[in-house]
Design a protein around this ligand. Structure first.
Ligand code: CP3
Length: 344
């Protein structure tokens, strides 16, 4: 491995500089991506290992990040469970058969990754070959709550009405659904590691909609199960919970070698709250990449100062990059992280 700075930082080892990658680093802000996207739908790209590989490598080649993340989506394993998934133009994901009743939950299947998502495993093998040890490859999955929210709501949501209704009206059914989803996540992530993913990230993008008490009762046991079931793999696992400053201690309790934090809290305060015995990932506001490079540089320095040279910081955005972002600003951000974190 030529550049293993990211993997060493995940283990809180001393590194020469702070590694950086970006959530959603492969995507529409890059002209190289749009060039391919012109001729293929998003799902087609995910399901064609050669295309997924090419797009995975684009930010590694152009932006100089310290890790690659597989081009895929958190919703892909739901298809094998029996979910009818579509990415509608301009709307984001749509699920045509939302899960709302006991019969709906009963019908859901557990997946066999080799049969249900062979293209993901193929893409991982191909990316590893193409990367040839340049940087490590991260695999990923949605967390139980975030996947449940899509399945119940039938797509993205503002207030999670159906989701919370099911949670509170039919707690047993909620837990049964969360158990099924958690088993799927475990088999999906274990298969990714077996195929060659060198780190794994679990995205809890929408869990910030819950109170701490509801998180503790309805989510924590399931997320905890997922992290426990991955512990023997020997690959670092990142737990990213978005908009979750009020849940940080509970998120940490659920598990993960690295806790991903958003920008709504200072990195220094976040790290103090989760404890210095776990690594931390974050936490630049993705919209700050719309600012001039001088401002970006200043914001990068502030975050590095908050990390205070402790081992175990991986620089990232506080959430996914926006499609409007100028690619030159992204390059400037990555260069600033490397430059201002250099240790002698
Ligand atoms: O990080 C990477 O570069 C790897 C690729 C990746 C994608 N989705 C590609 C994608 C990853 C890690 C994801 C995860 C994902 N997918 C999450 C968790 C991360 C987060 O942002 O919180 C979520 C919530 C999803 C579900 C999803 N997929 C949504 C809400 C959308 C529409 C969003 C939008 O901006 O239109 C997608 C589509 C999607 N996933 C795109 C990409 C590049 C855009 C597809 C396109 O039209 O080209």
């Amino acid at each position: 491995m030529k550049n293993d700075v990211f993997l060493r930082a995940c283990k809180r080892e001393k590194v020469e500089y702070t590694p950086v990658w970006l959530m959603r680093q492969a995507g529409r802000y890059m002209s190289e991506y749009m060039e391919i996207r012109k001729n293929h739908s998003f799902l087609e790209m995910c399901k064609t290992p050669e295309l997924a590989t090419e797009v995975t490598l684009q930010p590694v080649n152009r932006v100089g990040v310290d890790a690659a993340i597989l081009f895929a989506d958190i919703l892909l394993p739901l298809e094998g469970m029996g979910i009818d998934l579509e990415f509608a133009k301009g709307e984001g994901p749509v699920i045509h058969n939302p899960v709302r009743s006991e019969a709906d939950v009963k019908k859901l299947r557990l997946i066999e990754p080799e049969q249900d998502v062979p293209y993901v495993l193929e893409a991982i093998k191909l990316v590893r070959k193409e990367l040839d040890g340049r940087v490590p490859l991260i695999g990923f999955s949605g967390a139980p709550f975030t996947l449940a929210s899509y399945m119940i709501e039938g797509g993205g949501s503002r207030n999670y009405l159906y989701c919370k209704q099911l949670m509170w009206q039919a707690p047993q059914l909620w837990h049964a659904l969360m158990e099924k989803i958690s088993k799927v996540i475990v088999s999906y992530l274990r298969a990714q590691a077996a195929a060659g993913a060198q780190a794994l990230q679990v995205f809890d993008s929408w869990v910030g909609a819950l109170s701490p008490a509801d998180y503790a009762e309805y989510v924590l046991p399931h997320s905890k199960y997922v992290f426990e079931q991955l512990a023997d793999l020997g690959v670092p696992v990142i737990h990213f919970a978005n908009n979750a400053s009020t849940l940080l201690e509970l998120v940490r309790e659920a598990g993960g070698d690295v806790i991903g934090v958003d920008w709504r809290i200072g990195l220094d305060e976040a790290w103090q709250r989760i404890g210095y015995d776990v690594a931390i990932q974050g936490n630049l506001d993705p919209v700050s990449l719309m600012a001039p490079p001088k401002v970006i540089e200043q914001k990068v320095k502030e975050i590095l100062e908050q990390a205070d040279n402790r081992p175990g910081h991986i620089f990232n955005l506080g959430h996914g990059i926006n499609k409007e972002t100028p690619v030159d600003n992204v390059i400037a951000m990555v260069e600033a992280v490397h430059k201002y974190s250099k240790r002698s």
